[in-house]
Design a protein around this ligand. Structure first.
Ligand code: 0RA
Length: 646
């Protein structure tokens, strides 16, 4: 029977009775989030998290991850090795129990220090259940032990196959194509960015990532080693590589408060962006939570106390707000919590109350020491805070202007917006189009029932370098806010977006397919990332993909989106095929633009997603910052033109 058939037969009750492994195969998203690209990569993280757990317990310092030619993945560590003796209760090897019992997770020894890793902490059995084939090797006490599985079912009992001097666990798994129907292809950069993050979060561990699918000029496999001796301190330097620090070095601390291991690192730079990244048991808590509140509380109270005592605030006519202490701040908070409670929409918000005061105390102690020992830096920080407070006052006025406008109905919509007639936002799309002329073509080409057009004039403001009030005063940005119907929370401590009045569920950035166009796309994306991140996270932002070429011969014509496609069409048409290179949207007429780029039946749009907030932050600051060399390198590495779709 097909998997689909099974799904229909089982009722809710009988699902409960199902064996755990079968349930994982029937409802994979419950365990790994989804069965798309993310879920596929999650399998690797799940196994690696087990190796990291071994390292945290002090038994492992080397992890190797290899993407094999067939897109199977091998992970290898020098931990204790999964236990192999006969499990008393189950009557089979512990290795088999770890690999085939959901929730066993292998964590039998409750006494040892261990915290749950993995986004859902589901363990390697889950990876096994979702793999067409998995081969486990354990090197332990001089012997090699092996077992293989298909879709989680053992092919033979655990057997010893030889002697070894090595100690550790090796797992090779090939994801099941019947589960991962969207794609089976691993993305090197996605894995690299997670391995790098893990290396910074767990200093001292050496993580090697190798891609056997690709070789460099010398014929060697693409490979990188991630290893950090200084941990979060180096992570901050990496994140802020394109920003200019205003204090001597990264401020950091590491310690335990109320039995909770806390690590914090921070620096102030000359930008206006607040970059806080928080982790619980190595999981990026996108939605923050109690640890982040603790960080904010510790930072605010300590700096406020220092500033008050310094007398520098005496002439200030208004109160300093929490936000003011975080302008130009890049910080990472990482805690390890035994039984984390995850809340929020994406279950990435820490709920454990006791963590707030632990982090707050840690941050206060760290900062008090630093300010005392570095009076020059202390003065620079307080001056920055005062400037931020003054700018915030100006920004608040500008923001209120935008709000007032967006509350108004049709009359308040920007004059340049050509709206659609459909009223249901879920069915509506808005195209943000570079330039008035392309805007005109799009306006003629669109389906006015559900597609709206908002032309943007030339280069939009680089928000990476602008102060907040300048951003809210900018005409194009005001137009985007009012057209989308999005408002910003007015609470001082929460600038969360209100998406309930979002007027279009698809917001499409449509720019020329050249370097200038991609620069403008990146500027618009930077704006969304810094000021409307929720819109990206909710999957509302898309990038249109106009074709690069039109190939014609006689009455025949076809579009091409890259050089390979173009060459294939030319080959098909034979001699005398005429190639037209589109330099911009403006060269297409309305019908062509509709056919290739706007018609939902034929277009290919790319949805903008964020794999790693830390990585996205670093890339945006680099692309939009002052330093040219890293930007050039990024653009060259990412070939034809720079795209951010990760
Ligand atoms: C169960 C118990 C112990 C370790 C592990 C599982 C373990 C799992 C994985 C997965 C990849 N690498 C791993 N390394 C270890 C504790 C071991 C003991 O008490 O000896």
């Amino acid at each position: 029977m097909s998997e689909e058939g099974k799904k229909d037969q089982y009722s809710a009750d009988s699902i409960q009775a199902l064996e755990g492994m079968e349930h994982v195969r029937m409802r994979p998203s419950m365990y790994i989030g989804d069965v798309g690209v993310r879920g596929l990569h999650h399998l690797v993280y799940e196994v690696v998290d087990n190796s990291i757990d071994e390292a945290l317990a002090g038994h492992c310092d080397t992890i190797e991850v290899t993407i094999n030619e067939d897109n199977s993945v091998t992970t290898r560590d020098n931990g204790r090795g999964i236990p192999v003796e006969i499990h008393k209760k189950e009557g089979v090897s512990a290795l088999e129990v770890v690999m085939t019992k959901i929730g066993a997770g292998g964590k039998f020894d409750k006494d040892s220090y261990k915290v749950s890793g993995g986004l859902h902490g589901v363990g390697v059995s889950c990876v096994n259940a979702l793999s067409a084939h998995l081969h486990a090797y354990v090197h332990r006490e001089g012997k090699v032990w092996e077992q293989e599985y298909e879709k989680g079912k053992p092919l033979y009992p655990v057997k010893s196959t030889g002697d070894t001097d090595f100690r550790g666990t090796e797992v090779t798994f090939r994801p099941d194509p019947t589960i991962f129907q969207q794609t089976l292809e691993y993305n090197y950069d996605t894995l690299a960015s997670r391995m790098r993050e893990l290396a910074y979060l767990n200093k001292g561990i050496k993580i090697t990532l190798t891609d056997k699918r690709h070789q460099d000029e010398k014929g060697e496999n693409v490979s990188e080693v991630f290893h950090s001796e200084e941990g979060l301190k180096e992570f901050i330097r990496f994140l802020d590589a394109s920003r200019t620090p205003i204090i001597g070095d990264v401020i950091s601390m590491e310690g335990e408060k109320n039995d909770i291991p806390v690590e914090v690192a921070m620096i102030y730079n000359d930008s206006y962006a607040e970059n806080l990244h928080s982790y619980v048991n190595n999981i990026n808590t996108h939605e923050g939570g109690t640890h982040l509140s603790g960080f904010r509380r510790g930072l605010t109270s300590t700096l406020k106390k220092y500033a008050d005592a310094s007398g520098m605030l005496d002439k200030l006519k208004f109160e300093i707000a929490g936000d003011d202490f975080r302008e130009g701040l890049t910080a990472i908070v990482s805690v390890k919590v035994q039984e984390p409670q995850f809340e929020g929409q994406t279950k990435t918000k820490l709920g454990n109350r006791e963590v707030t005061s632990a982090v707050s105390q840690a941050v206060s102690e760290m900062l008090e020491n630093y300010l005392e020992e570095n009076p020059n830096d202390a003065k620079i920080i307080v001056e920055k805070v005062i400037l931020a407070a003054q700018a915030r006052h100006a920004a608040k006025k500008a923001r209120e202007m935008v709000q007032r406008k967006s509350v108004m109905s049709i009359g308040g919509l920007p004059g340049k917006l050509s709206d659609c007639s459909e009223q249901d936002p879920a069915l509506c799309e808005v195209f943000l189009v570079e330039g008035d002329s392309a805007g005109g073509t799009a306006k003629q080409g669109r389906d006015r029932n559900f597609q709206a057009i908002l032309p943007l004039r030339g280069k939009i403001l680089n928000v990476e370098k602008a102060m907040h009030h300048k951003v809210f005063e900018n005409e194009e940005i005001k137009n985007i806010f009012t057209a989308l119907g999005v408002t910003i929370g007015t609470e001082e401590d929460s600038k969360a977006l209100n998406l309930s009045k979002l007027r279009y569920h698809k917001v499409v950035i449509m720019c020329d397919a050249d370097v200038d166009g991609s620069h403008i796309s990146t500027l618009i994306l930077t704006f969304f990332f810094r000021y409307m991140k929720e819109l990206i996270e909710a999957g509302h932002i898309y990038i249109a993909a106009p074709p690069l070429y039109l190939v014609k011969k006689g009455a025949k014509k076809q579009y091409a989106w890259n050089d390979d496609q173009r060459d294939a069409i030319v080959k098909e048409y034979g001699d005398n095929a005429k190639i037209q290179r589109y330099k911009g949207l403006g060269e297409m007429n309305a019908e062509q633009l509709w056919d290739t780029t706007m018609n939902p039946e034929y277009r290919t749009m790319r949805q903008v997603t964020i794999d790693s907030l830390a990585e996205a932050d670093r890339i945006f600051s680099m692309l939009m910052g002052d330093e040219v060399p890293p930007r050039r390198e990024f653009i060259e590495k990412n070939a034809v033109y720079a795209n951010i779709d990760a």
